[in-house]
Design a protein around this ligand. Structure first.
Ligand code: CA
Length: 231
């Protein structure tokens, strides 16, 4: 990332906030930290951050509520910082408009990659025309998928699912988001139909469907597609 970005970090754990602030600062970014939800909401307005990193476990207001309040007037990208055991909280946050999440403990290169991806998806004006990663290529205009140069045939639903993930490559999309985007809001919340379609896609595009290299499962949350190299 070459441009300097303004990051608001809402996190009450001093060791994490110092670690993140120091790392982002040494990468040339401007960081402001808030140690409570109320302070975070107020800084989201006054500091005008380009991106917000939000811890869900805050001492005063729950992080989900902080997100809800910020989202009521602001579309700034928000990345959730959360503990490993809180799958349901992450899903709730993602479905409420968080852009992504990162699980503690995390490394700085992982955090920087998440920030870069969220910023790219939030600010790119034109949708990608081509997805390309490793040996997989999707041409969205021609509705053509090639693996190692050979055309891959998907059903209509499989195509929709794969392209939705490819257009959001690098980010996690929750099961419920994908379910309602493809089958509509009244679909049964059972994920079986989604899993069956994903298994079929993997059979067609992954060398070893049990160890996917293009579409990854984030257990209990959703799917994340390998980031587009063609950007
Ligand atoms: Ca915390």
């Amino acid at each position: 990332m070459t441009t300097k970005i303004k990051v608001l970090l809402i996190e009450d754990d001093k060791s994490i906030s110092t670690f993140v602030a120091t790392a982002l600062d040494s990468n040339g970014h401007k960081v402001t930290t808030a140690a409570s939800g109320k302070e975070g909401i107020s800084l989201a307005a006054s500091f005008c951050p380009d991106i917000i990193l939000l811890d869900l476990g805050l001492p005063d207001i729950d992080g989900i509520e902080v997100l809800r309040q910020i989202r009521s007037w602001n579309n700034v990208p928000v990345i959730i910082i959360s503990a490993r055991s809180k799958e349901q909280d992450k899903v709730t946050a993602l479905d409420m408009g968080a852009d992504d999440y990162i699980t503690k403990p995390f490394g700085i290169s992982e955090l920087m990659a998440r920030i870069r991806t969220s910023m790219r998806h939030s600010y790119s004006r034109t949708p990608d025309r081509i997805y390309k990663a490793k040996e997989l290529e999707i041409n969205f205009e021609k509705r053509l998928i090639r693996l190692e140069g050979k055309e891959v045939h998907l059903t209509q639903i499989e195509y929709q699912l794969l392209t939705m993930l490819a257009e959001n490559s690098g980010r996690v999309l929750t099961y419920s988001y994908l379910m309602s985007a493809i089958w509509g809001p009244y679909i049964d919340s059972n994920n079986q139909i989604l899993r069956v379609n994903m298994a079929n896609i993997r059979r067609k595009i992954e060398q070893n469907p049990a160890q996917p290299q293009y579409v990854f499962t984030e257990i209990g949350i959703g799917y994340r597609m390998l980031e587009n190299e063609n950007i």
